[in-house]
Design a protein around this ligand. Structure first.
Ligand code: C2E
Ligand code: MG
Ligand code: MG
Ligand code: MG
Length: 288
């Protein structure tokens, strides 16, 4: 019985658990080969300026084109990669590919916008992160100002350590954005100490914002705080016009969400570059 794990926390090893474990081990083995087999790819979700609906950035989001299971979302394999240490290789691949692609787009006449890349905690704490990223930028030719790293509040727990890393990155010209902002447990005090360029308001505050006064209050407070601290602010997970209207009324200058665009393949991003005034670009829309 899976559920009966109360009392002393003991859990019986059931057939279901056994099957789950098996699947995980299998996935782990396949993930080890995914990079060399070129099964990883990046999708890019546009970040839109509310004032003029222009794309002002893209977030790189990794996918795994699994030979049997099809396209897998990061939630399925990033945790495995983190548990097993594969996150270093995968994270390196993601950074290189995102920088290479953005540089190629810049050279091809695309808009001079930055690419945001998500970092896992282990990557953030790897020794000589700055030197490692500098190498990737030099190899790919991307200027540091066009790379934005997305980190989370939980990585800021040790303020002294994170300050050192972030100051170095920031002095090198890389932008730092705090992802899933508002969901962590850390104090707000670190915001004044660290060179953070942008707050990304977590989607969980946006989902019910049209009905929920508390969410609305939290979101408008985060936006106001960002402005006072001279940080940029972007809201994640905007799916409807009503949500957008609330964000706009609260002077949120950037948004990211399905309302404007789902994450797009590289090919679809290129199409979008040449139709910049068009909104509601959708990765699933064959008309694009
Ligand atoms: P995240 O960084 O917060 O990325 C935003 C996630 O929200 C993406 O899911 C995106 O597809 C989804 N999203 C965007 N707009 C909407 C919307 O309007 N509605 C809804 N329901 N969802 C929306 P995705 O691609 O599945 O990524 C999930 C998480 O996986 C990311 O959350 C990030 O934490 C992690 N991740 C993605 N790529 C990487 C990577 O290269 N490295 C690492 N370490 N983590 C990654
Ligand atoms: Mg992110
Ligand atoms: Mg996020
Ligand atoms: Mg999130």
């Amino acid at each position: 019985e899976v559920k009966k794990n109360g009392k002393n926390g003991f859990q019986f090893f059931t057939p279901e658990l056994n099957a789950q474990l098996h699947e995980k081990i299998e996935l782990e083995g396949e993930l080890r080969k995914a990079i060399e087999r070129s099964e990883l790819l990046l999708h890019y979700q546009p970040q839109i300026r509310t004032g003029d609906s222009l794309m002002v950035g893209v977030e790189a989001l990794v996918r795994w084109n699994h030979p049997a299971k099809g396209l897998l979302a990061p939630g399925v394999f990033i945790p495995i990669a983190e548990e097993t240490g594969m996150i270093y290789d995968i994270g390196t691949w993601v950074l290189r590919e995102a920088c290479r692609q953005m540089r190629e787009w810049h050279r091809g006449g695309g808009p001079l916008i930055p690419v945001s890349v998500n970092l896992s905690a282990q990557q953030f704490h790897q020794p000589n992160l700055v030197g490692y990223i500098r190498n990737i930028l030099e190899d790919t030719g991307l200027d540091p100002q066009y790379l934005e790293l997305e980190i989370t509040e939980s990585m800021m727990m040790d303020a002294a350590v994170s300050a050192e890393i972030l100051n170095e990155l920031s002095q090198f010209g890389i932008r730092i954005s705090l992802d899933d902002f508002g969901t962590g447990y850390s104090s707000l005090g670190y915001l004044k100490l660290l060179p953070i360029d942008k707050l990304k308001i977590d989607r969980s505050f946006i989902t019910d914002i049209t009905m929920n006064e508390s969410d609305k209050a939290i979101v408008s407070t985060i936006i106001a705080m960002a402005h006072h601290l001279k940080m940029d602010v972007i809201a994640e997970g905007i799916e409807t016009k009503d949500q957008l209207d609330i964000l706009t009324a609260n002077k949120c200058e950037e948004i990211q969400g399905y309302y404007f665009s789902r994450p797009l393949s590289a090919t679809d991003v290129e199409a979008a570059f040449f139709a910049p005034m068009r909104i509601n670009i959708s990765g699933d829309d064959p008309k694009l």
